[in-house]
Design a protein around this ligand. Structure first.
Ligand code: PEP
Ligand code: MG
Length: 579
């Protein structure tokens, strides 16, 4: 009998493949302090753990070089070098002579090296101190017979995990990921966003997952319904295959709209842009007919590295994105790190509630040197493409809560522009509206910016007091709730009253029904996961602006809750499309 587990649909698509359980959270057992065996045997155990770590790291470097490029692989090559350092091995062997266990000796030797590097006046060496912790943990894990790091499947598999961070998701071999299923998380967690941008079917918040599935078990994943079928029978496999075929056929139909600009049936223009994470998103976004980008999540450029990318590295990435979108606008959001996107090379105090802590603009203003370096790189990329037909660069600040933060951010921008000798005349500067206090200050904020982009992922999290990473309560923060649509309507009106254009770049813009409602509320631009662009374009092309406006106003007048609003909108739009 087939068992079905149900989670939340997080990325469309379907797959049938064996399970690979990622064990990233095996708890470390306490390390023994004193060695039990003979000195020689313990030293040999240490040396073989160092050798094993070295070959794991060399393998990882090869994999990363193939998938992400040589510069990313260098991190792991450097890690491998640490394990081959004779001084480090000798220091650890001395500690074993003095009676320490191999685990304790390795830990102390790595920590001594770490302290030396941290104290270095070279920024580069100091940044590599954190790398040593990773290598130390790997060596100790090998000594304890554990797996510390994300292991990788050997065949194409459905990856199953309790939860995944965005960098773990990014480090998995894409060709081997048939689908992703996690026990925790919600569709707006960054791992889910990344799965969508990679085009991998995903289910999140799947309860009892790890108790029920095991390595090698055959499963079918339906990323649209959120269903995970364990050991599907032939009929079920055939159904899934038919669904995949149907989706592909629909996709071929939608592909025909690729070069058509986003607009309602009566020609009211609405830019349909793509949210981007990495250079790998560019080709698929262009293939989906993206009109520029309303959100480049630049933080991913920083997160996959152990040290801060140089200005030149950053300029290279920003220029590449601009060149991909000739004549269109590309909104670069300054790095929104913190919360579920920590920066490996920035040391910070532990936070009880990171989503409410030092993230986004707060981190920019707390570490202005990081912020200014990024602004400098953005301005240089803009200068590098000036006079060509490359895209128009716009800059956007994340997690704005009040006007003073915008003013502070702008003055950094002006100072950096003065240092670079460039003017800011035709540069559009905007803010994300994703904190309720910003939404309620939209009239004031609009006077200092050219545009708003409404980040519904965080706006819903803070509006409903629902952690976007926690699956269990995710349903409370429903984008169809009247509070959401009403607030978005007010933000858009406030922006327009002061001449600012207003876009929406949270995940809700990917739902064709809500996208039409957002257009009815006056949204000028919708930026979304690239795979959703054709569906949204198709839906809008069948409705007039007046139909969108009427439908959303009537729904808000009559619907008291998300269900009511959803039903009203569905009825109005289906009626308008004559379906
Ligand atoms: C949002 O909060 O809606 C948003 C687009 O930003 P992110 O998902 O990266 O936090
Ligand atoms: Mg956000």
């Amino acid at each position: 009998m087939t068992t079905t587990l149900t989670g939340r649909a997080a990325a469309p698509g379907a797959a049938v493949a064996p399970v690979f359980v990622l064990r990233t959270d095996v708890p470390a057992s306490p390390i023994p302090e004193r060695r039990r065996g003979a000195t020689d045997a313990e030293v040999a155990r240490l040396r073989s753990a160092l050798d094993a770590a070295r070959s794991q790291l060399a393998e990882l470097a090869t994999k990363v070089a193939e998938e992400a490029g040589q510069s990313e692989a260098e991190i792991f090559e450097a890690h491998a070098e640490f394990t081959a350092d004779p001084e480090l091995a000798n220091l650890a062997a001395d500690a074993i002579e003095d009676g320490a266990s191999a685990e304790r000796a390795a830990t102390s030797a790595f920590d001594t090296f770490r302290d030396l590097l941290s104290a270095s006046s070279s920024e580069y060496l100091a940044a590599r101190a954190a790398d040593l912790d990773d290598v130390r943990d790997r060596v100790v894990a090998i000594l304890q017979g554990r797996t510390t790091i994300v292991s990788a499947p050997e065949e194409r598999s459905v990856i199953v995990a309790r939860e995944l961070t965005p960098s773990q998701t990014a480090s998995l071999p894409k060709a081997l990921m048939a689908a992703l299923v996690t026990e925790m998380g919600s569709p707006t967690s960054h791992a889910a966003i990344l799965a969508r941008s990679l085009g991998i079917p995903a289910i999140v918040g799947c309860e009892d997952l790890l108790e029920t599935v095991e390595d090698g078990m055959h499963v079918a994943v339906d990323g649209r319904s959120g269903e995970l079928l364990l050991d599907p029978d032939e009929q079920q496999q055939a159904d899934i295959a038919a669904r995949i075929e149907e989706e592909e056929a629909r996709q071929r139909e939608l592909d025909k709209l690729k070069d058509q600009p986003g607009a309602t049936a009566d020609g009211h223009r609405v830019e349909l842009a793509a949210n981007l994470v990495s250079p790998e998103d560019l080709a698929p976004a262009l293939a989906s007919g993206a009109e520029g980008s309303g959100l480049v999540r630049t933080e991913f450029l920083f997160q996959e590295r152990r040290s801060e990318p140089s200005v030149d590295d950053q300029v290279g990435f920003y220029t590449q994105v601009l060149e991909a979108f000739p004549g269109q606008r590309v909104v670069f959001r300054t790095m929104d790190v913190g919360a579920d996107k920590p920066l490996p090379f920035v040391e910070r105090d532990a936070e009880e509630n990171p989503a409410l802590g030092l993230r986004g603009i707060r981190l920019h203003l707390d570490r202005p040197e990081l912020f200014r370096t990024q602004l400098r790189a953005l301005l240089r990329a803009r200068a590098a493409v000036a006079g060509t037909d490359a895209g128009r660069l716009a800059i956007m600040f994340p997690l704005i809560a009040k006007v003073s933060e915008v003013l502070a951010a702008r003055s950094h921008l002006e100072e950096v522009a003065a240092e670079e000798g460039v003017d800011l005349d035709d540069l559009e500067v905007g803010v994300m509206i994703e904190v309720p206090s910003a939404a309620l200050s939209a009239q004031q904020l609009a006077q200092h910016v050219d545009f708003f982009s409404i980040g519904t992922n965080d706006l819903l999290q803070y509006l409903f007091a629902v952690d976007r990473l926690q699956g269990g309560v995710a349903d409370i923060a429903d984008p169809f709730e009247p509070a959401v649509l009403r607030l978005i309507g007010e933000i858009i009106a406030a922006g327009h009253a002061h001449g600012a254009w207003v876009g929406v770049c949270g995940e809700t813009a990917s739902d064709p029904l809500i996208a039409a409602a957002l257009v009815g509320l006056g949204a000028d631009e919708l930026s979304m996961t690239r795979a959703a662009i054709p569906e949204v374009k198709d839906a809008l092309s069948q409705l007039t602006l007046a139909e969108c406006q009427e439908a959303v106003q009537q729904a808000l007048a009559a619907g008291d809750d998300a269900e009511g609003i959803r039903a009203q909108l569905a009825a109005a739009f289906t009626g308008s499309r004559g379906a």
